[in-house]
Design a protein around this ligand. Structure first.
Ligand code: PMP
Length: 410
């Protein structure tokens, strides 16, 4: 990977923030967009903008063909069997909500259990809490090991004959661990439960094969993988999508509308009510082209190199606590940490003064933070356009911050 060359594709990285060269380490929140994606977005609006699946005029056909080509690109990217298994959504949150509403309400009843884990993002907690409330089911949490990994023994104990749904993050947006999805899927399927995966932090960083994982559903967001905001994907196995109800109703998703009832369009259209994010889907296709050109395995290995470099340096700093495994081999480029005696918001503000953007807060994972016994953390998260120099800038800025706040404070 020629990262210096790759970086040239991201004009946003070449600016000063607070009079310092900018270092962007908030990639778990959203990734930056390469010129190639921005150009496709612009080109679509300048030359091809029209509504899809409706008109027969030339631009409508162009827009429809590009939109559907993107769907096929997504299918190939995650190795789904059928293109009709790819639904365009607003993002991971929408995908998980659609499954909870459209399928959860059909499958789950009082006394059943929905199994998630202690490390879930709110978007993989709240829809299940609401489903449990609607149906009288119980939400069950798989615990974590002291190192912050999924406790497999606990998973085996909690996935039982009562389990109807298991929903799990592939990669945690706080602990940076990769969960053994194929193993958990096997446990879920053994008891007849549906397996749902939150892939928001995995699809941008590693090759994902939904058929190899055997997951029933897999949701992710375009904006974390160099695509625009407002576009995402829900993959679902055809057999489940045929059973699942649409959550939104209106134009585009119908086959025929009578005065007293309506029938639904075939897959995948039955889920895509209204005018979709056409430009977003086309630009997501361009993001997939870009990532594919770099190679997902190359991206994964390069990010691992960065983690091998930065994690030990971070752990060496006096007073630093890293959440999740301290072994770089078990940690992705999402690194949540605190400095003893320093509020993460103060830390993040101080790092921003040095031009280094990290996130501070609860990272939409309040149940996890309370499980870990902390209110908030700082989080540095890397992507393939980050360099070892960026990692050095982070480490230097942390040292400068410690110096600034003084020993009496820390
Ligand atoms: N799950 C995880 C693990 C995430 O990191 C995020 C985004 N922070 C989401 C779900 C939600 O993604 P979105 O806001 O794009 O719907």
């Amino acid at each position: 990977m020629n990262v210096e060359k790759i970086k040239q594709d991201f004009p946003i990285l070449f600016q000063e923030v607070n009079d310092e060269p900018f270092v962007y380490l908030d990639n778990a929140a959203t990734a930056q967009k390469p010129k190639q994606v921005l150009e496709v977005l612009n080109h679509y609006y300048e030359h091809n903008n029209a509504n899809v699946h409706r008109g027969v005029h030339t631009l409508a056909e162009r827009a429809t063909s590009q939109y559907e080509t993107s769907r096929e690109k997504v299918r190939q990217f995650i190795h789904a069997e059928h293109v009709c298994e790819i639904l365009f959504t607003r993002g991971t949150t929408t995908g998980l909500n659609w499954v909870a509403r459209g399928l959860g309400d059909k499958l789950v009843s009082a006394g059943d259990e929905i199994v998630i884990s202690q490390m879930e993002h709110h978007s993989n907690v709240v829809p299940w809490q609401e489903l449990a409330k609607r149906t009288g089911a119980t939400l069950v949490y798989i615990d974590l090991t002291p190192e912050g990994e999924l406790d497999l023994e606990d998973a085996r104990a909690k996935i039982t004959a009562k389990t109807k749904i298991v929903s799990l993050a592939h990669v945690s947006n706080v602990l940076g661990v990769v969960n053994p999805i194929a193993t958990i899927t096997e446990l879920a399927h053994k008891v007849g439960a549906v397996m749902i995966v939150d892939g928001a932090q995995s699809v941008p960083h590693m090759a994902v094969d939904v058929q190899a994982l055997d997951a029933d559903f897999y949701a992710f967001s375009g904006h974390k993988m160099c695509g625009p905001t407002g576009i995402g994907v829900l993959y679902g196995k055809k057999k489940w999508l045929e059973i699942m109800d649409p959550v939104e109703f209106g134009g585009e998703m119908i086959d025929f509308v009578y005065h007293d009832h309506s029938t639904w369009a075939e897959l995948p259209y039955k889920f895509e009510a209204g005018t979709p994010n056409i430009a977003g889907a086309i630009a997501l296709g361009a993001a997939i082209d870009y990532l594919t050109e770099l190679g997902m395995d190359n991206i994964h290995h390069y990010e691992q190199e960065l983690v091998n470099y930065v994690l030990p340096k971070l752990l060496e700093i006096d007073g630093v606590i890293v959440y999740g495994p301290s072994d770089p081999a078990k940690h992705t480029g999402v690194i949540a940490f605190n400095i003893d005696g320093l509020h993460p918001h103060d830390l993040s503000t101080a790092l921003d003064m040095e031009g280094v953007a990290v996130r501070a807060g609860h990272h939409c994972a309040q149940p996890l933070l309370s499980y870990l016994g902390v209110q908030s953390t700082a989080r540095a998260s890397f992507y393939f356009y980050n360099t070892k120099e960026d990692a050095d800038r982070l480490i230097e800025a942390i040292h400068a911050t410690k110096e600034f706040f003084g020993h009496g404070f820390i």
